[in-house]
Ligand binder design. Structure first.
Ligand code: BYC
Length: 313
């Protein structure tokens, strides 16, 4: 009875749009659901640094190099906020990283595609960060306080990232025929994987039911995907690029763009570890994590020393 009362009060709080904070009572399934989603979100930010890092040394100007470096540093920061938000739910950073390394925790499918040309850096900023913004603006209203607050800060930085990418694409689309072709090729390769970032169709999405009930997610996968498409089609038109979907058409009645079917076989193949770069991304993370062990140990030893000094004083 007591548990039922607590559950009822919890749901009432959610329904009244009140935030759940770390020390509040919450059902175990809510806690687990959040740990899964927030930690996977954190892993995505950190793994997402790899395809972009590939171009730091080859950025075409000092200005573009500085901007790219700042953007990648932001992604690391986003990962850290999110790991901290997940830690408030009672899981350690070590355990989360372990789940990533053993394949128990996923990260966004999008980062398993290679960044082949400089235009890919444009496409990642424009489309991948653009999709992330649509998803994360919605998550600013998520029911868990620390996650919601992290999203507010992250979204401010993401909008700068999206512009960085769009600027690259706009410049290349207005450049030489070869540059325009490169921009179009990047759009062709990144368009469909960007749509996949929003996850499976609602009727195939195992977690959406609970996520909507608990207001962890405020809009469904399909609703967010549609928002992203509606917003992005015109941006492509403005810079003279063509979205690679012959079925893309404005639907006056629905007030939305209709679009072609996503290749769900490809989506699940990538999600399940068999995309073009899955093994490379994970192996790189494992290697660098191991190489950084001494830094973590040194930082922990220093913190302990400082604390002991403070106690002694
Ligand atoms: N990739 O029931 P569903 C960024 C999994 S990074 C891989 O619909 P849910 C950026 C899903 O986890 C952006 N896996 O799940 C960084 C579940 O498997 P598990 C990252 C996917 O959670 C650097 C299963 O499929 N953003 O911004 O209700 C540079 C069933 O799915 C994917 C976030 O993480 C996928 N695309 O909905 C640039 C946002 N889709 O967990 C940019 C936060 C689904 O049972 N996360 N799966 O093993 C979310 O909003 C939701 O978790 C999702 C999925 C919409 C992703």
């Amino acid at each position: 009875m007591e548990e039922l009362d607590k559950l009822q009060q919890f749901q009432q709080k959610i329904d009244a749009e009140k935030k759940i904070e770390p020390k509040d009572w919450m059902p175990e399934d809510y806690r687990k659901h959040l740990i899964r989603q927030i930690s996977q979100h954190a892993h995505s930010e950190v793994i997402g640094m790899q395809p972009e890092g590939n171009w730091i040394t080859r950025a075409p100007s000092l200005r573009s190099k500085i901007i790219l470096l700042a953007k990648i540093q932001d992604e690391a920061g986003h990962g850290l906020y999110l790991y901290s938000a997940a830690e408030t739910l009672g899981i350690s950073r070590e355990e989360m990283i372990n789940q990533l390394h053993t394949g128990k925790a996923k990260y966004s499918s999008i980062f398993n595609y290679p960044s082949l040309t400089w235009a890919d850096i444009g496409a990642i900023g424009w489309l991948v960060d653009g999709a992330a913004i649509v998803n994360q603006v919605s998550l600013q209203r998520t029911s868990y306080g620390p996650y919601s607050r992290a999203m507010i800060k992250i979204c401010m930085e993401e909008s700068f990232h999206q512009r960085q990418g769009y600027e690259i694409m706009a410049k290349m689309a207005q450049g030489t025929p070869e540059q325009k072709e490169m921009a179009q090729d990047a759009l062709n390769r990144w368009w469909w994987p960007s749509l996949m970032m929003f996850g499976p169709h609602d009727n195939e999405s195992a977690h959406t039911g609970n996520a909507m009930k608990w207001k962890i997610k405020r809009e469904t996968n399909d609703e967010l995907r549609q928002k992203f498409i509606d917003k992005t089609v015109q941006q492509a038109e403005v810079i003279g690029l063509t979205i690679p979907d012959p079925d893309l058409k404005w639907n006056e009645e629905r007030g939305h763009y209709d679009f072609g079917e996503i290749d769900w076989e490809e989506f699940w193949r990538v999600v399940n570890g068999n995309g073009p770069c899955n093994k490379k991304r994970l192996n790189h993370h494992k290697k660098v994590h191991e190489e950084g062990r001494w830094v973590r140990e040194a930082a922990a030893a220093y913190a302990k020393k400082q604390k002991n000094k403070q106690i002694a004083a």
